[in-house]
Design a protein around this ligand. Structure first.
Ligand SMILES: Nc1nc2c(ncn2[C@@H]2O[C@H](COP(=O)(O)OP(=O)(O)OP(=O)(O)O)[C@@H](O)[C@H]2O)c(=O)[nH]1
Ligand SMILES: [Mg+2]
Length: 505
């Protein structure tokens, strides 16, 4: 675009400015050299001011900022796209799966039956958290879902599970983000099975099984509900806003257990008991011992779609014959999985994590993990010096050199590590070049998210497939700021894998 974008008629308009008015009651026309100066100055003012103003407007809209704005927009798109960026190279945009058939299967869960005996059935005990997160990543939601499902279990109430909800407002099946379709909701059972998604508790466990949000509408119609407001209840229980997670959950469990009402709902307008801020604070860590032993975690299972994606790709991850079932070969020996969180993270680190001086999040903060992170001086309270940014970047968005170096360190500590699996939402071009560099650095084999052979159904849950591979790898190097890494870690620890084999950038 041209620097100035006045159209010709605008310029000509200035030629037609009215001549100076006469003595017929109006301003006389000045004469002489001074008059010329005045005229020129007057004309200059009349022409230059509007021209400059218009030009500035045009500059902003089309001018040299145009390329800056569009490259900025591309960068933001790229950062926002996240995993979608992986697929950007593909020319054909395929609609993502919606897993509608899973809603039918969910409706057929055996606990969706009014005639079951207490604590299930029409007089059963239920808890619905209407204030759960939505519109954030799977793992941000999953962290909350698992704690609330644990709370429901402690309260002897059936947890009401929701769809994984990206967009609660749009009515259609997809929303378009930067021209790409994304499912507004995905049944939770596309990602997970186990008790949180309606699976059975251990034999002998009297707790009622989780039900779907749709069944809640049937078994707990509006008039049967007792609706609680989390803010008011926290206050009435004397729980300070910064109360530790173990105390918070113990109080809520007691409260919910002792209520006689069958159908209890947490009001959707008040904050969640464990909102997103909870997971980036120290409050979360005291919950870890209870959570990692909870049947919610010990009986956690991925969906059959996720499991089939993992099994189908074993040949890429481990030389030798593939296992027949997921429970065989639960550890992938010799494999180090590395989580490279790309996409939106550069921006997220620069504008949120670093200026807020955040530490690692969620279960990435627990005691006993070998790599700790203390925010450097110069980060926090909105400030971020270049030196502090360099430190954050190395943990949040490590460079190729830093990735190679960290891998060399873990290999030096454990020479049985020979292969790498890169789980990432990075772009294809960068992933391929990194893979080449790692092979040149002496790794026997390198597979990545982009190498997995996935069916269409599996591709809609590829993040969970990557997570299970990371959970099985002999060693895992994660991103301490990521909830995906955090959820991989609680799974690893609850399965008895060593804390020393969990590392961070
Ligand atoms: N397949 C795959 N996708 C990933 C990976 N890391 C991030 N993503 C995807 O990148 C996108 C953007 O991240 P979020 O949706 O915010 O992810 P999240 O699950 O909340 O996890 P964090 O943001 O890392 O805390 C999502 O679609 C993620 O699933 C990965 O290692 N593998
Ligand atoms: Mg997220």
């Amino acid at each position: 675009m041209p620097l100035f974008c006045l159209e010709s008629r605008d310029t000509h308009a200035y030629d037609q400015l009215p001549a100076a008015v006469t003595s017929s009651g109006l301003t006389p026309t000045p004469k002489g050299p001074h008059a010329w100066n005045l005229r020129i100055r007057g004309l200059a003012l009349k022409i230059l001011v509007p021209v400059t103003l218009l030009s500035l407007i045009c500059l902003l809209v089309y001018g040299p900022f145009d390329s800056f704005l569009s490259s900025r927009a591309e960068l933001l798109d790229e950062q926002r796209l996240g995993a979608d960026a992986v697929a950007q190279d593909d020319e054909v945009i395929v609609l993502p799966p919606l897993y509608g058939e899973l809603k039918v299967l969910e409706s057929q869960l055996p606990q969706h039956n009014l005639s079951l005996p207490f604590p299930e059935g029409k007089n059963g005990r239920y808890i619905r958290f209407e204030n759960q997160m939505w519109g954030v990543g799977l793992n941000n939601q999953l962290e909350e879902i698992l704690i609330l499902s644990h709370l429901a279990h402690l309260s002897n109430r059936a947890y009401v599970f929701n769809n994984y909800t990206w967009d609660q407002i749009s009515k259609g099946p997809y929303v378009y983000e930067n021209g790409r379709p994304r499912a507004t909701v995905i049944p939770l059972t596309a990602f997970i099975s186990g008790p949180t998604a309606g699976g059975p508790w251990a034999p002998g466990d009297p707790a009622p099984r989780a039900i779907s949000a749709e069944w809640w509408e049937t078994v707990c119609p509006y008039e049967k509900r007792l609706v609680l407001n989390s803010t008011l209840e926290n206050a009435s229980m004397g729980l300070a806003p910064d109360v530790d997670g173990d105390i918070l959950i113990a109080h809520w469990a007691e409260k919910l257990r002792n209520l006689d009402h069958e159908c209890v709902a947490l009001d959707g307008w008040a904050p969640s008991i464990v909102d997103i801020a909870f997971f980036v604070s120290n409050r979360v860590t005291s919950l870890f011992p209870m959570m990692s032993d909870s049947p919610v975690i010990t009986r956690f299972a991925w969906s059959s779609i996720v499991r089939s994606g993992v099994i189908a790709n074993y040949p890429l991850l481990l030389p030798g014959p593939s296992p027949q079932t997921i429970s065989e070969l639960p550890v992938l020996p010799g494999l180090v999985a590395i989580h490279l969180r790309r996409g939106d993270y550069y921006n997220h680190c620069k504008t949120i994590l670093a200026p807020e001086g955040q530490e690692y999040m969620g279960w990435n903060r627990i005691d006993g993990l070998p790599d700790r992170f203390t925010p450097p001086p110069g980060a926090g309270g909105g400030a971020l010096t270049p030196e502090a940014w360099t430190v954050y970047l190395s943990h949040c968005w490590p460079s190729d050199e830093q990735i190679k170096e960290k891998l060399r360190v873990v290999r030096a500590e454990d020479s049985t590590l020979t292969r790498v699996f890169v789980l990432t939402n990075g772009k294809r071009e960068w992933v391929s070049s990194l893979k080449k560099k790692l092979l040149e650095d002496g790794w026997e084999d390198v597979a990545t998210t982009l190498d997995l052979n996935l069916t269409w159904e599996q591709s809609g849950v590829n993040n969970a497939i990557d997570m299970e591979i990371a959970a099985r790898a002999q060693t895992f190097i994660g991103n301490g700021f990521s909830s995906l890494t955090s959820n991989v870690n609680i799974l690893r620890i609850s399965r008895g894998m060593a804390l020393e084999d969990i590392r961070f950038w």
